[in-house]
Design a protein around this ligand. Structure first.
Ligand SMILES: Nc1ncnc2c1ncn2[C@@H]1O[C@H](COP(=O)(O)OP(=O)(O)OP(=O)(O)O)[C@@H](O)[C@H]1O
Length: 883
């Protein structure tokens, strides 16, 4: 017997018998009851056939005539005079068309009668449940219990009642037991169905509410669709792993020693199979049921759990196992099977691959970071791609020619490109060659980019905008590759406009770099550009526009006809141009000023302003108005904005000493008197001795004498005399002079030098032009000429000085008058000057004066223009062509 027990196979056999035998503990009628699952199969099979094929049972005539009566009779016949209602939740059981279902007259299942149970019957039910339970899987035991409890509580169905009656009589045959099992199964299934229905209902309600929630909030919730993006995959993997870890016991295997293996499992015959992995580890598979019975607390009963032990060598293990089996007397045909296998450990494999994966990952990450900052191209392969931004003609390029004020000639020139892009046929028919491109050159902010955009907007074609510097990269060959890519893109999108801003970054003249060698990368980029521009055929509607502030440094090859055929120069706007630009930008501003007067006055006040300066000024005025909580922008705000743009913010915190203030006032008065009494100088518009942000101790604005294009010697001499007015006034009114006139001297010297070396205004030097080139080490003239130039410059400045000194000596009283008034009021305007000095002896340009002399509202005439001399500051008007 001992031997038999130690044999694992025998143990299993005996355990099965005892398990089945548990069901038969009660002798008599139950003793041969088959396990529950076998009945279940049989019952469900018979039910299926019955429900599918049998017609409802025929009713007797009496039943048909009086169904209620017949039901009552039936109940009475069963010894239960008052049939009750079915137990709640059991109604449906009878509502299915099955032979079990009692039927009403209309063929619909009727509510079956139930019978109140006695205590004895309830005890019987408990006993029946105990028997049934053993044949049920654990998951169903709870449901079965619930079914029996329901019966006890709410009444017994007729059939159950019948079975209990039969049992009472002591004759419970196999067919009756089968009936009992069938009814119980049905109840259990019914309860299970109800629960799952309930669960489904709750689920669908939840889903519905989630859906509604996500729809109403406009966010995307889970809608049953999988999105295969990296983040979802990683998230799902993580959730799956966490679930796996939660559902499965964290310890799915446990190491034991050989001794434990022997005493705990092997000697007790619990081992089913051994598996040797990688010649170092033995997995022990146990007979689970037997182990569970012997060690109820052991984790070994879980299907995913196993024990293992390590071995030194396979040979030693086999020897030990043989010895052990021999000791136990296990015959060779019943010995424990041993399998061998080689396993690959994923963890080890991953650890081996980790450095390589890490390296590749870092490479990809670095390349992405390196290129993503610059303009949207990602990945190391995107480095040679063009970074031009493409503007869509419908959505992005809304600029039209009406938004570009002034520069009528430039617009005229560029208009031809628009009509070429719109109607190419008209040109091609006449055999005209279409210009390939145009270079727009001019000072910063004069509207070159704006004009190019307007060209694209008018012609309704895609617009590629790129800056010259975006071709430049530290890698060799990237520039030319980007040029190639840009033009390839453009060709795919014909007709289109390509705009290269700041083209001088790549288009600089080759070989001009005298020092330090050439820049091969830049030159190869330029060569590629030249090639691409040559590469168009006449039918390709790609127009290349380029903008630059330095047309003088561009390579000649770039400018030749066939590439950039048109050279369009955009200068700082004239007074009428400024007026129009103000008009464009004032469109968005809330103001009730008279537009004609406002734009005229502002244009007069802003000589030398570019379009960008004007846009800035208008915006600044709106900001000032907003800061003071005004409802509209007034002239005062515009004037403050102009002052601010020119001179910077007033520095009220910087308080000058009385002596310094006096010097500044006399200095400014000197300039003002010269400007008032010299015929070709500019009369004062506004002067203030409040220091401003950029280091100037004062600020003055002079009325410009129209847009001047030529200056004669007399005008230049008057301007130089006016510029020296500050210092001369200091000399005449104080014991000593200050450093405040240095910028005046700079201006005067440059004017005088230009008169001598460029404008042929010195009879001694003659009609010679000497180019200033700071990069050249040697001057382009001899020592003697240099000496002569110096003498001539000195002579001219001395003459201007004399002229100024004579005037200010004569007008010493007036200087004092103006200076003292300035000291008192800190700010003087044109009206103050007229009040103090009378009308100017010379006629001023009406174009300008009309905006200031008309000003009867007392608004101080505002000021763009010059900043007044602090120690390092400048003052005095700047004669246009001289500078
Ligand atoms: N003629 C104009 N009409 C209306 N607005 C203008 C005009 N010129 C310039 N502006 C304003 O100035 C801004 C800057 O102009 P833009 O960028 O075209 O100058 P740019 O000549 O290309 O300057 P840069 O040479 O520095 O590139 C424009 O956005 C516009 O608001």
């Amino acid at each position: 017997m001992t031997t038999l027990l130690r044999r694992s196979g025998s143990l299993v056999r005996s355990s099965r018998i005892s398990f089945d035998g548990n069901l038969c503990l009660h002798q008599s009628p139950y003793s041969r009851v088959a396990p529950f699952h076998a009945f279940r199969l049989a019952v469900s099979r018979s039910r299926t056939y019955a429900t599918a094929n049998s017609p409802p049972p025929k009713k007797s005539k009496d039943e048909q005539e009086n169904p209620a009566k017949s039901a009552k009779d039936a109940s009475v016949a069963q010894g239960n005079p008052k049939p009750g209602k079915p137990a709640p939740g059991f109604e449906q059981l009878y509502s299915h068309a099955s032979p079990l279902s009692p039927r009403q007259g209309d063929g619909k299942p009727s509510t079956p009668p139930t019978y109140k149970s006695s205590q004895a019957e309830r005890n019987e039910l408990d006993a029946l449940f105990e028997i049934l339970k053993r044949g049920l899987p654990r998951s169903q035991q709870q449901l079965a219990k619930q079914a029996f409890e329901n019966m006890k509580r709410n009444g017994l169905p007729a059939e159950v009642k019948e079975i209990l009656e039969t049992k009472k009589k002591g004759v419970l045959d196999l067919a009756t037991v089968a009936r009992l099992v069938r009814i119980s199964t049905k109840f259990i299934r019914h309860i299970a169905e109800q629960e799952s229905e309930k669960a489904n209902e709750t689920k669908s309600k939840k889903r519905k509410s989630q859906k509604e929630g996500s729809e109403s909030s406009g966010t995307f919730g889970w809608n049953g669709e999988f999105k295969f993006d990296t983040q979802s995959i990683i998230l799902s993997l993580f959730v799956a792993y966490m679930l796996f870890k939660t559902v499965l016991p964290s310890e799915s295997s446990k190491e034991i020693t050989w001794q434990e293996f022997r005493t705990t499992f092997f000697d007790k015959g619990l081992v089913e199979k051994l598996t040797v992995s990688n010649r170092s580890r033995v997995r022990v598979d146990l007979h689970r049921e037997a182990t569970a019975r012997m060690y109820p607390e052991s984790p070994a009963q879980h299907s995913n759990f196993y024990y293992y032990f390590s071995i030194g060598s396979v040979e030693a293990f086999e020897r030990k196992l043989d010895d052990a089996q021999y000791e136990l007397g296990i015959p060779s045909q019943e010995r424990i099977p041993v399998a061998y296998r080689e396993e690959i450990s994923w963890v080890n494999t991953l650890l081996h691959l980790a450095p390589t994966l890490l390296f590749i990952g870092s490479l990809i990450w670095i390349s992405r970071r390196a290129t993503s900052g610059g303009g949207g191209q990602s990945g190391i392969f995107g480095i040679g791609k063009s970074r031009a931004k493409q503007y869509n003609q419908e959505a992005d390029v809304q600029t039209k020619f009406k938004d570009v004020a002034g520069m009528d000639e430039a617009k005229q020139e560029i208009m031809e490109f628009v009509s070429f892009l719109k109607e190419p046929g008209q040109y091609q028919r006449l055999g005209a060659k279409i210009p390939r491109g145009a270079i727009l050159s001019g000072p910063p902010g004069t509207g070159k980019t704006l004009l190019a955009k307007a060209t694209a907007g008018e012609s309704g074609v895609p617009f590629f905008s790129v800056s010259g510097s975006e071709f430049v990269e530290m890698f060799v060959g990237v520039g030319s590759s980007r040029v190639r890519d840009l033009f390839a893109n453009a060709r795919k999108n014909t007709p289109c406009i390509v705009f290269i801003d700041e083209i001088d970054a790549i288009g600089k003249s080759r070989g001009k770099n005298a020092y330090g060698g050439g820049n091969d990368e830049r030159e190869s980029t330029l060569n590629q550009l030249l090639t691409e521009m040559d590469g168009f055929n006449t039918t390709e509607q790609v127009v290349v526009l380029a903008g630059t502030n330095r047309p003088d440094v561009l390579d000649k090859a770039l400018l030749r006809p066939g590439r950039f055929d048109r050279h369009i120069t955009i200068d700082a706007p004239s007074i009428s141009g400024r007026k129009q630009i103000f008009l464009v930008h004032l469109g968005k501003i809330v103001t009730d000023e008279n537009m004609d007067y406002l734009t005229g006055r502002l244009a007069a006040l802003t000589p030398g302003f570019s379009g960008a300066d004007i846009a800035n000024c208008v915006n600044e005025a709106a900001l000032i108005a907003a800061r003071t909580s005004a409802d509209k922008v007034t002239m005062k705000h515009f004037e403050s904005a102009i002052e601010r743009v020119i001179g910077g913010l007033e520095k009220k915190s910087l308080v000058l000493k009385p002596k310094e203030k006096r010097t500044v006032a006399y200095h400014e008065a000197g300039h003002a008197i010269c400007g008032w009494f010299l015929q070709y100088a500019d009369p004062l518009l506004k002067v203030s001795i409040i220091p401003r942000g950029n280091g100037a101790l004062g600020y003055a604005q002079y009325l410009p004498q129209g847009d001047v294009h030529l200056r004669n010697v007399k005008e230049l001499m008057d301007r130089m005399a006016m510029t020296l007015g500050g210092r001369v006034s200091e000399e005449l009114n104080f014991e000593t002079v200050t450093s405040g006139a240095s910028d005046d001297f700079n201006k005067v010297t440059r004017m005088a030098t230009a008169m001598v070396t460029k404008w042929g205004m010195s009879s001694k030097i003659g009609y010679i032009y000497f180019e200033e080139d700071d990069r050249k080490l040697h001057k382009p003239f001899s020592e003697e000429t240099a000496r002569n130039i110096d003498q001539e410059v000195r002579r001219i400045v001395d003459e201007a000085y004399k002229q100024c000194r004579d005037l200010l000596t004569e007008k010493k009283k007036e200087v004092e008058l103006v200076a003292e008034e300035l000291l008192r009021k800190e700010v003087l305007g044109r009206e103050d000057m007229i009040r103090l000095l009378g009308n100017r002896p010379w006629e001023d340009d009406k174009e300008f004066t009309k905006f200031f002399d008309k000003d009867t509202k007392g608004t101080p005439p505002p000021p763009p223009g010059e900043t007044l001399g602090g120690p390092q500051g400048g003052d005095v008007p700047v004669p246009g062509p001289v500078m």
